[in-house]
Design a protein around this ligand. Structure first.
Ligand code: NAP
Length: 274
């Protein structure tokens, strides 16, 4: 694929790789000869995605599987454990899996608002549990798939605790703001020698499109943005990138290091990592 001269990575974990942007990102990276760990919510979905990837011309030897429902911390922790065991190095972690805000506020078995757990707390847990692997791999990187909608959200302490005034859109935007702040937090508290960036991949024609618009670009166009940021040797650590793969302005609170630290500490407690 274009830009491969810059590449030097070997193993990439793409969460939510069974559909949409994640599937296309996994496909592009595997086609460029990287080992790709294809994550999905169930084993059946991962098998099906891997079959489709092979039909799309991918060498099956490039593909590895990882399964976890992000609505369940136990499953995420087990997956992190299995990935660590099976893969001594992890060059890139793409935190892509997400849902649009559920129509009504509902809690997971772990007791958290569903969108918050799937889109933010589980990526936080997975990333921190994979920290050793990321730290052991020179020039490793975390790429968090965020959204331009993060700028509309608020993360007041009260909102973090209860989130009573629920709306699907605010739940989604809030989770993406947290993921963008987490990216900044990783530059301070994350794996040594690792970089972290977040990206808005553009408005894409996927299952999540209705959250954004009536029409979107093909998922593969967003995947090119994400894959490029996975492979580019130099990125600005902690930066937020737009759909042109250029550094862009994130919400002001992302630059507020006190707020970033508070969110980090709260997240560590909520996920049992504190
Ligand atoms: N589409 C857009 O216009 C747009 C714009 C900006 C940002 N984004 C971001 O792009 C990323 C990819 O979204 P997409 O547009 O490609 O949507 P998508 O086609 O719905 O893909 C989402 C992926 O996440 C997985 N996922 C959802 N819930 C999960 C759970 N509980 N456990 C594990 N995996 C789960 C889905 O698997 P299942 O099929 O099993 O649910 C699917 O593989 C998201 O982070 C989204 O916020 C999208």
């Amino acid at each position: 694929m274009p830009g491969t001269a810059e590449e030097d990575l070997r193993t990439v974990l793409v969460t939510g790789a069974t559909d949409g942007l994640g599937y296309e990102t996994a496909r592009l990276l595997a086609a460029a000869d990287h080992d790709v760990i294809v994550h999905g919510r169930t084993a059946g979905q991962v098998d099906d995605a891997m079959e489709r990837l092979v039909k799309d011309g991918i060498d099956p030897l490039r593909l590895h599987s990882a399964v976890a429902d992000f609505a369940c911390f136990n499953e995420v922790a087990t997956m992190a454990h299995l990935v660590s065991k099976a893969h001594p190095r992890l060059d890139v972690l793409v935190n892509n899996a997400a849902i649009a805000g559920a129509e009504h506020r509902e809690l997971t078995e772990d007791g958290y608002e569903r969108t918050w757990q799937i889109n933010y707390l589980s990526p936080y847990l997975l990333t921190t549990m994979l920290e050793r692997r990321l730290a052991a791999t020179p020039r490793s990187r975390v790429v968090n798939v965020s959204s331009s909608h993060h700028v509309w959200a608020s993360l007041e302490p009260a909102a973090l605790k209860e989130m009573h005034r629920y709306s699907p859109h605010s739940a989604y935007s809030r989770s993406k703001l947290a993921l963008t702040m987490f990216t900044k937090g990783l530059t301070m508290y994350g794996a040594a020698r690792s970089t972290a960036i977040s990206v808005h991949p553009g408005i894409l024609d996927t299952a999540l499109l209705p959250t954004y618009s009536e029409a979107g670009r093909p998922a593969v166009e967003g995947a090119r943005v994400v894959a490029r940021l996975c492979m580019r040797q130099k990125v600005f650590n902690g930066a937020y990138y737009n759909e042109k793969s250029e550094p862009a302005h994130a919400a002001a609170v992302v630059e507020n290091l006190t707020a970033v630290k508070q969110l980090w500490n709260v997240s560590a407690n909520l996920t049992g990592m504190g």
